[in-house]
Design a protein around this ligand. Structure first.
Ligand SMILES: NC(=O)c1ccc[n+]([C@@H]2O[C@H](COP(=O)([O-])OP(=O)(O)OC[C@H]3O[C@@H](n4cnc5c(N)ncnc54)[C@H](OP(=O)(O)O)[C@@H]3O)[C@@H](O)[C@H]2O)c1
Length: 377
């Protein structure tokens, strides 16, 4: 049987590399690793072909900003994963995937992307394509964590998801474009939570709405700031008893959070083009200079509600020592469900909302994510 070919845009990047390895380990698919630097993509493909049997990987050159290049890269491909730092060009890539009638998954946070995908949603459905958006861990996992926790309740009433993001940036090669995207994200995100049964929009200075979550012995209590993820919006309709939910993002380090980011956000608003490179370099320096162990990326849901007529609380914590593995593993677990048909339906879907929860969690655990669950009355 002919195996599908998945193109991973950014296949040689920090997320693309572990994602490719996970797919080679856990499926029979063929891979095309795409990026502007052909030599880098081909060298990595050769490395994988030495490690895995069947000559299943090739490197190709593709420029995400160039429609012609995207069209030619998508020829002979069944599915594209956008794991490149090319948020700005997602509409081009999504349109090219639709033109080529192939499957699609992206992992970038962007409100503009969501608006564009919603605009073409009917066309995606009519073309019979399966588009999965907001893959990865954040976006990608917070609403899934609430869905997973909901299984332990008859009625889930409160579910707050917090994160710890302590990555060792010191020896990590990160493209300028990736840090610029991180800065753009700071200016893009909306601070909304669902409280007392309605959505409430907050400002980043309203620190009284930040939460302190207890992440256990290694990280202790950490302050987390509200961050609206599109996937969270669906939860109140799914769980009518839910009165309080939200995603709360953890800090990088005090200097980057409270000195670099506020200055960078203002500079990016005043003069985005002039500010982006120096601010990105300063931010990269801040991430490296203040990086200190322990390192891990973690998501935790603290939920409460009713089970068998009793008040119940549930805490589920998932983590990985490497933030890029924590991004790649959910994407691989989602793609396994696409490949076996579980999530392969025409239309526009959110990773966090379309995966079958129990299998998704057990696949992630098998691929190296640590899972712990505590419950009580
Ligand atoms: N959802 C989540 O949980 C999550 C978590 C982490 C990261 N992300 C997102 O994932 C993306 C990748 O992050 P990363 O840290 O893995 O990036 P990275 O390590 O800096 O790698 C970027 C990759 O993108 C490719 N690339 C850059 N510009 C390109 C272009 N114009 N055309 C084609 N390929 C291009 C690069 O290859 P060449 O240099 O060869 O072009 C490289 O392979 C970012 O957008 C980031 O925001 C999401």
């Amino acid at each position: 049987m002919k195996q599908p070919t998945i193109l991973i845009m950014g296949g040689s990047g920090n997320t693309g590399r572990p994602l490719s390895r996970l797919l080679l380990q856990n499926s029979e698919v063929n891979l095309a690793l795409g990026g502007r630097n052909l030599e880098k993509a081909q060298n990595l493909a050769s490395e994988f072909n030495r490690e895995f049997e069947g000559n299943r990987v090739k490197g190709i050159q593709v420029e995400a900003a160039d429609v012609k290049s995207l069209h030619s890269a998508f020829e002979g491909v069944d599915f594209v994963v956008l794991a490149s730092s090319t948020t700005e060009y997602i509409p081009l890539a999504a349109q090219a995937a639709l033109d080529a009638r192939i499957g699609y998954l992206d992992i970038q946070y962007s409100s503009r992307k969501i608006r564009f995908l919603k605009e073409i949603e009917t066309l995606i459905q009519q073309a019979g394509c399966c588009f999965i958006t907001d893959g990865g861990f954040h976006p990608g996992l917070p609403a899934f964590m609430v869905r997973y926790a909901a299984q332990f309740f008859d009625e889930i009433e409160l579910a707050r998801v917090g994160s710890v993001i302590k990555q060792d940036w010191r020896n990590l090669e990160v493209a300028d474009s990736t840090i610029i995207e991180l800065l753009d994200l700071m200016n893009d995100f909306e601070m909304s939570i669902y409280t007392a049964g309605r959505w409430k929009r907050l400002s980043w200075v309203s620190t009284s709405d930040y939460i302190k979550m207890d992440f256990g012995s290694e990280f202790g209590r950490q302050a987390c700031a509200p961050m609206l993820l599109e996937e969270m919006r669906a939860l109140p309709a799914l769980y009518p008893a839910l009165r309080d939910t939200g995603f709360y993002v953890g800090s990088f380090n005090w200097f980057t959070d409270w000195v670099i980011m506020p200055v960078a956000m203002v500079a990016m608003k005043l003069s985005p083009k002039a500010a982006e490179k120096p601010m990105a370099r300063w931010m990269h320096w801040g991430l490296k200079a203040f990086s200190k162990p322990p390192f891990a990326t973690m998501l935790q849901v603290d939920a409460s509600g009713r089970k068998d007529g009793q008040s119940t609380i549930v805490r589920i914590n998932i983590s990985h020592g490497d933030g890029y593995m924590f991004t790649a593993i959910p994407v691989a677990a989602c793609l396994l469900q696409y490949l076996d048909g579980t999530t392969a339906r025409p239309g526009l879907w959110w990773q966090a909302l379309c995966v079958e929860p129990s299998r998704f969690m057990s696949d992630m655990e098998r691929m190296g994510i640590k899972v712990s669950r505590n419950s009580g009355g």
